[in-house]
Design a binder for this molecule. Structure first.
Ligand code: NAD
Length: 251
């Protein structure tokens, strides 16, 4: 099958589905200028080990290291804008085909692109909280304190260290992950996995809950052989082309 046939077949599967969901990963946002973890030559893992800077243990034992490395990376992510892949998924939802997006991304670009039903299962960069008294803060408040060189930023109530609402290495999965898992188990007959290496568990277990799978990814994944269609192309192009084929119809 060539590229055009795959895109047409993907659109046909979507039209015939009753429970169509997308699972997105860092590869969807590389075209918005945010490096992923595993693209050879560009991924974050090749530059440094994120476990050494973005883990619960580092935040607990050496919060300055967390705030001077991982947090700066997080703060720069908030400046990114969605690309045509994010907009195409929002369009598929608006047209009534896509029931929701489960994303591993913390960048908030699905929200910015106008998607409505989103499970951000690794958290997001819109807010944070005090590790001691759990008082809530905006993410900007954390950034503001860091800019003023108050590192680590601390709570106005109890002076304990603040943290962003992202899932760090060593954190348990948040309740929203289990909510997404339930929804997929009960109603997903078609999943479109876009821009994910599908190796980070437990999220990488979610494609098993779909009856049928479409994969859009530049590199091979362990799920390729069970997928109906594998599109080895950039997410922005492939998602845009699929949405365009759905575009004249409404469900
Ligand atoms: P990953 O880095 O493991 O895999 C990304 C995959 O996307 C790779 O296989 C790569 O070949 C592919 N890819 C890269 N650019 C692409 C493009 N334009 N079109 C199609 N495919 C492309 O990412 P993952 O599976 O999401 O797992 C990484 C973990 O890191 C996640 O848990 C996520 O929370 C976190 N992370 C998030 C961001 C973000 O929020 N944008 C960025 C980096 C890492």
């Amino acid at each position: 099958m060539d590229y055009q046939e795959k895109v047409e077949r993907a659109a046909a599967l979507i039209k015939n589905s009753t429970g169509f969901y997308s699972l997105t990963g860092a590869g969807l946002s590389t075209e918005s200028g945010i490096p992923d973890f595993r693209t050879p030559g560009e991924g974050i893992w090749e530059k440094y080990d994120p476990i050494k800077t973005s883990s619960v243990e580092v935040l607990k034992n050496n919060p300055r290291v967390f705030y001077e490395s991982a947090f700066n990376r997080f703060a720069s992510i908030t400046l990114a804008e969605p690309n045509s892949g994010h907009y195409a998924l929002a369009k598929m939802e608006e047209l009534g085909f896509l029931k929701g997006v489960v994303t591993q991304n913390i960048d908030g670009l699905h929200v910015k692109a106008g998607s409505r039903k989103i499970w951000e299962v690794h958290g997001h960069l819109r807010s944070g909280y005090c590790q001691g008294c759990k008082k809530r803060y905006t993410f900007e408040e954390l950034v503001h304190q860091v800019e003023l060189k108050r590192i680590p930023p601390v709570c106005r109530n109890c002076f304990d260290v603040l943290r962003p609402d992202v899932v760090l290495f060593g954190d348990p999965m948040p309740p929203i992950f289990y909510e997404a898992e339930d929804v997929l188990r009960n109603s997903c007959d078609l999943m479109l996995a876009a821009g994910s290496s599908l190796v980070v568990y437990p999220v990488a277990y979610l494609p098993r809950l779909a009856k049928k799978l479409i994969i859009i990814n530049l590199a091979p994944t362990d799920f390729d052989e069970v997928a109906e269609i594998v599109i080895r192309e950039k997410c922005s192009r492939a998602l845009h082309d699929i949405a365009a084929l759905l575009g004249t119809e409404q469900r």
